[in-house]
Design a protein around this ligand. Structure first.
Ligand code: NOJ
Length: 562
């Protein structure tokens, strides 16, 4: 792999197509809507567009359940629209990255329909198992193992016709493919090659470290109070993962064609990330870890706890140091599975929303790695504010609600957890104008109630808006080698209010200092490098004259000679 792959200089913008822009009034975003709004992305300066899935799908998990990898779902448009999008992206000097969901398919994929027939030669394309010994198939407790699915309930679904169970780590409409079968792998690589031939520049690989499971499949340890086991080591980072990643790389020409790849990986720590992204091997460009987005959870996703800032910044720092000499970091706070960062770690009150969105952007974009901007993050969109289970569309939210309430957790507690952490927080449609501007029909999920005040048109028109700050950060990365390549050092690691670090390249150094709170913060100047002769490069609010005190959510970037 080359020493400086092109994507190590890139900024990615993620589009969740169903919530981006609707041009035919059906309430779902579509490809033509993306084409219409490409200039918004180009103006920010992002150079890679990642599209969440647009393939034919029953939409049980909003397209992460694919019924045909080779066709565009009519709800998003046609293959002609897709070709036009590729051309429009490329004509702006940008690249297009597709979501690749191959740990599982939809249960409506033709492969699975065939696989359901016990005698079919596709039977072994999925993970089928008989009932647990001594149990009547289809009865409670007869599942082949005690594994839970990520979306609640058992990870096994009983298929009456064949009297066996199939594995689904996600919803029962998302059966896991059997990657042990070479025919499956061959079919996946052939499909990827067809997309590459069509002009796509890379792939974001959905839960890709689950493709190699540890066989034989066996019961996991149960935690008290949980009917199912989540011993993730049994399904993640399995013994053949590296072999499969290298084979895929080779068969699709990922390294030779310089394709962009990012592997989404549950239970992926630093050691794994180094292995998977090492420049001495041809595997992946980078990974999405879940470590830093778990620091504010106590046990489950539905029991968030207040962020203790040192946990977040020390985690990122550990990854900066850990991948400094080999491997590469992805930098993200938001995506379609995470709540809005300004509500989660900033302050989404009218008084502090803009400044806190800018402070979060500043610290993230000044780390080393490839930053990701999730649609709406660039205008400081907030959480959805749902209070009733009926408001949620997400299969995960509904599954977790059913499982938690069945286990006796009070509804109010589950709803509070969902309101803070649910994925629908990030999936409300893009508010293009104060009136909405997303659709002329009824949106599939309501727009945020604050659309009149938080929308693209108003934010972009404001020179002090959030988007203007993102633009400045992205431009700084483009212009400044220190932002891209400088060595990282965390300062004041235990400070619960300030996030401070330096980046150093040769005799060039940047100092980033941010007040991550809604009150004034004193800065222990003596613990920071001297700012004599320093130049203020960027600030998130109108800067005061010195650095003794920072305004709420004020973030500054200084440049000086090391
Ligand atoms: C991760 C995706 O980001 C998420 O949206 C999806 O539900 C699961 N993988 C299953 O595909």
């Amino acid at each position: 792999m080359s020493q400086t792959p092109w994507w190590s200089r890139s900024v990615v913008y993620q589009i969740y197509p169903r919530s981006f822009a609707d041009t035919d009034g059906d309430g779902f975003g579509d490809l033509r809507g993306i084409i219409d709004h490409l200039d918004h992305v180009a103006d920010l300066g992002a150079d890679v567009l990642w599209l969440s899935p647009i393939y034919v799908s029953p939409q049980d998990d909003n397209g992460y359940d694919i019924a045909d990898y080779e066709a565009i779902d009519p709800m998003f448009g046609t293959m002609d629209d897709f070709d036009e999008l590729v051309a429009a992206v490329h004509s702006r000097g940008m690249k297009l990255v597709m979501d690749l969901v191959v740990n599982h398919t939809s249960d409506e994929h033709a492969w699975f329909t065939e696989s359901r027939q016990p005698g079919s030669d596709k039977r072994d394309w999925y993970v089928w198992r008989p009932a647990r010994e001594g149990h009547e198939p289809g009865t409670p407790g007869a599942e082949p193992t005690n594994w839970g699915s990520f979306f609640g309930g058992s990870a096994w679904a009983y298929d009456e016709a064949s009297g066996e169970y199939y594995l689904h780590l996600f919803s029962r409409k998302q059966p896991d493919l059997n990657w042990e079968n070479p025919a499956v792998r061959e079919a996946v690589y052939a499909m990827m090659n067809r997309w590459v031939d069509r002009g796509v520049d890379g792939f974001r690989m959905d839960v890709i470290n689950l493709i190699s499971k540890t066989y034989p499949l066996a019961d996991g340890v149960l935690t008290p109070g949980d009917p199912y086991s989540f011993e993730i080591e049994r399904v993640a980072n399995g013994p053949r993962l590296i072999e499969f990643l290298e084979e895929m790389n080779r068969e699709v020409g990922i390294t030779s064609k310089q394709l962009f790849t990012v592997g989404e990986m549950v239970a992926c720590g630093l050691e794994h990330a180094r292995e998977y992204t090492s420049r001495h091997h041809d595997r992946l460009g980078m990974v999405f870890t879940f470590e830093h987005v778990s620091v504010d959870q106590s046990g489950s996703k539905l029991s968030p706890k207040k962020l203790h800032l040192p946990d977040l910044k020390q985690n990122l720092a550990r990854w900066q140091e850990g991948l400094a000499d080999d491997g590469w970091n992805s930098l993200y706070f938001e995506n379609h599975d995470q709540p809005r960062s300004v509500s989660r770690w900033g302050d989404d009150s009218p008084e502090h929303r803009v400044a806190s969105a800018k402070a979060l952007a500043t610290v993230l974009h000044l780390h080393q790695g490839t930053p990701y901007v999730y649609q709406g993050q660039e205008i400081g969109m907030t959480n959805a504010g749902f209070t009733r289970i009926e408001q949620y569309a997400d299969v995960e939210a509904r599954g977790q609600f059913a499982q938690a309430t069945a286990a006796g957790v009070p509804e109010e507690a589950v709803l509070a957890g969902l309101s803070a952490m649910s994925r629908d927080n990030a999936r409300t449609p893009m508010p293009w104008t104060p009136e909405g501007g997303f659709t002329t029909g009824t949106p599939w999920l309501p727009l945020n109630a604050n659309t009149a005040s938080i929308n693209v048109a108003d934010d972009v028109a404001d020179p002090d808006g959030v988007a203007a700050h993102y633009k400045a950060l992205i431009a700084l990365r483009r212009e400044d080698a220190v932002v891209r390549d400088g060595a990282f050092e965390l300062l004041l690691p235990d400070d619960e209010t300030l996030w401070a670090f330096t980046r150093t390249l040769g005799d060039q150094r940047l100092l980033v200092v941010a007040n991550m709170s809604s009150h004034l913060a004193g800065v222990p100047i003596s613990a920071l490098p001297s700012l004599e002769d320093a130049e203020l490069v960027l600030s998130s609010v109108y800067p005061g004259t010195d650095l003794q005190t920072l305004a709420p959510w004020e973030a500054r970037v200084y440049r000086f000679r090391a």
